[in-house]
Design a protein around this ligand. Sequence first.
Ligand SMILES: Cc1cc2nc3c(=O)[nH]c(=O)nc-3n(C[C@H](O)[C@H](O)[C@H](O)COP(=O)(O)OP(=O)(O)OC[C@H]3O[C@@H](n4cnc5c(N)ncnc54)[C@H](O)[C@@H]3O)c2cc1C
Length: 381
Amino acid sequence: MSEELHRATVVVIGAGQAGLSAAYHLQRRGFVSAVDQPDAERTFVVLDANPAPGGAWQHRWESLRMATVNGIFDLPGLAQPAVDETEPSRAAVPRYFAGFERTFALPILRPARVVAVRCADDDPDGDLVVTSDRGSWTTRAVINATGTWTNPVLPRYPGQETFRGRQLHTRDYVRAEDFAGQRVAIVGGGISGLQLLEEISRVATTRWYTRREPVFRDGEFRPEEAGRETIAKVMADVEAGRPSRSVVSYTGLIWTPYALAAKARGALERRPMFTAIEPMGVREADGSFTPVDAILWATGFRADLTHLAPLRLRNELGGIAMHGTEVAAEPRVHLIGFGPSQSTVGANRAGRAAVGAVVRRLSAPAPSMASAARSDARTPT
Ligand SMILES: Cc1cc2nc3c(=O)[nH]c(=O)nc-3n(C[C@H](O)[C@H](O)[C@H](O)COP(=O)(O)OP(=O)(O)OC[C@H]3O[C@@H](n4cnc5c(N)ncnc54)[C@H](O)[C@@H]3O)c2cc1C
């Protein structure tokens, strides 16, 4: 593609589970490739920053196997092939996604990183302009599916820059053996913190630090029920425009086999967060010093929406108020794989819901008063 201005009725940003679900439903609703048939009435294109299919799965750590993921939902219209539980998810899932893209011949440009989305003019029902490193697109609607992998949360602690050992985020973790024989501080009380604690504690001396006492769910875990409860809580937050929190702060931790294994090994002794980092270790909350060779920040991820900054979607709370997948103050933009849809099943459903809403909006006879009112209500940040 050249640097000229292209046109697509809908631009999907990101080709992980959420973006692929949206692409599938756009195609089912009669949208065709904006690359191959640019003059058709309803067209779409998917811009994906990754060099290959698989979304964030292609970057997961080597030891995350199909047996240790929480469960990956089928993409719409194509069941996953038989799963080898011992295979790394970073190989199995991208292979499945690649097959999906081929089966449906989806118009995905990659690598194509979107750097900005802007309004083309002052008309709140006018076009948006999507600028990427593979050219710009004017469009009626953006379905944003950029995930969280590219926006790791890295807390700051006094003295952090003086530390002489290794510091890394979950994002950069490869395998437990890299820490064999070392003293490792693992920070974070979420699912990945617990998983990495369990595997690293097999080969190293670990210390587990969390800001709050981790809460394990007692009693039988019913995924359907827990999923519904969690979605309702996250939905309430995003509808009110509050920033959503980490998954585990809504769900609590579950006594999975790896949590039980870590407990049996005595690795689940949680310490309150250290107060400072020194060249050779960490200063504990009680003032004592613990020498460590490495600090692993299993501190999670946030939605990566920097390219949407020109649209000023965030409110004074730092959140984005939503109606379903639609940004309340900007109905031309849908966020999927965001808030309550941050799971493979949620991403699937959000993709379908966003396409349904886009089709309804495109079919509406004239700009609605509601959208003008919503545009007036947008709060700059
Ligand atoms: C370690 C870990 C394990 C998980 N395990 C599970 C599990 O077992 N089951 C489950 O249901 N969920 C799991 N989740 C959550 C799950 O991964 C997600 O909800 C879902 O897979 C994310 O899909 P997505 O499409 O939203 O994002 P991603 O898979 O992250 O895809 C986003 C895509 O957008 C692209 N992109 C980003 N920015 C731009 C840009 N500016 N321009 C263009 N493209 C861009 C990226 O390159 C990427 O290809 C896990 C999450 C993590 C972090």
